[in-house]
Design a protein around this ligand. Structure first.
Ligand SMILES: [Ca+2]
Ligand SMILES: [Ca+2]
Length: 255
């Protein structure tokens, strides 16, 4: 076997594995299968320690944050701080974990981060303070892959004065999962929406993306618990001829 420098933790892991094997018992998984080893922030000047497990890692703007548990690291991108726990990073929590924040603001997803496209399907509308429907037959247009087709709200004369908090379009992530971004394209920019999440197509208890006024393409950075259904909760319309509406041409997401 070639001579190889190993760290104290690797030595501990190897010793642990040997001892536990003798005892016919299982080793803690983190020590026996280091399958997610990546950066070591303690030897890399681009990271700063920001919180221990359970504490809040505070920062402004959008940064990469590294959750380090033993020699296993998981990197995700967050905006304006994040709780340092496994839930935030999609891994199991460890009492000994620590979080590191990138020194520079993140402009692109960090190489090796978990951000990947997630297929979402528009499945329903949401009009709880109205007639419980909102151009339902056009729902498929929002995720048909065709930028020229869209789902639209109904036409309103003056949405702000009719007594509704909002109307929305529901997209299905296929299973409960944590989305990091939701992007909407529209041929009618200027309406405002926040993103909410829930376990059914009729209840969205958690706000996961702050209100934004749309451009032709608008990306919400999402921060919340895993959920299957995500609601584009439209709270202000854009002028559309002599009425007000919101159009959603396409919805895409990243995990
Ligand atoms: Ca309606
Ligand atoms: Ca479309």
């Amino acid at each position: 076997m070639p001579l190889k420098l190993i760290s104290g933790k690797q030595l501990f892991a190897a010793t642990c594995a040997a001892v536990f094997a003798l005892l016919s018992s299982a080793c803690p998984q983190d020590f026996s299968s280091p399958d997610q080893t990546s950066e070591d922030p303690s030897t890399n000047g681009s990271w700063t320690l920001c919180a221990d497990q359970g504490d809040f890692c505070e920062f402004t703007s959008t940064r990469s944050v590294l959750y380090r548990d033993g020699y296993r690291s998981t990197v995700k991108t967050f905006t304006n701080g994040v709780h340092c726990d496994g839930l935030s990073f999609g891994v199991s929590s460890s009492e000994t974990a620590t979080c590191y924040v990138s020194v520079s603001a993140a402009s692109e997803p960090v190489a090796g981060s978990a951000s990947t496209p997630v297929a979402v399907t528009a499945v329903a509308t949401y009009d709880p303070q109205g007639d419980q429907s909102e151009n339902d037959s056009a729902v498929p247009n929002a995720t048909d892959g065709d930028e020229t087709t869209s789902w639209s709200t109904e036409g309103y004369d003056d949405f702000q004065t009719i007594g509704k908090d909002g109307v929305g379009l529901v997209v299905d992530a296929g299973a409960s999962r944590q989305l990091s971004q939701l992007t909407v394209t529209t041929d009618l920019p200027g309406w405002t929406a926040e993103i909410r999440a829930g376990g059914s197509t009729t209840s969205f208890p958690e706000a996961v993306g702050a209100a934004r006024t749309t451009a032709r393409s608008t990306t919400w950075e999402l921060d919340g618990q895993p959920a299957r259904y995500y609601l584009i909760w439209i709270t202000a319309m854009a002028p559309d001829g002599d009425r007000e509406r919101a159009h959603v041409n396409e919805v895409t997401a990243r995990g």
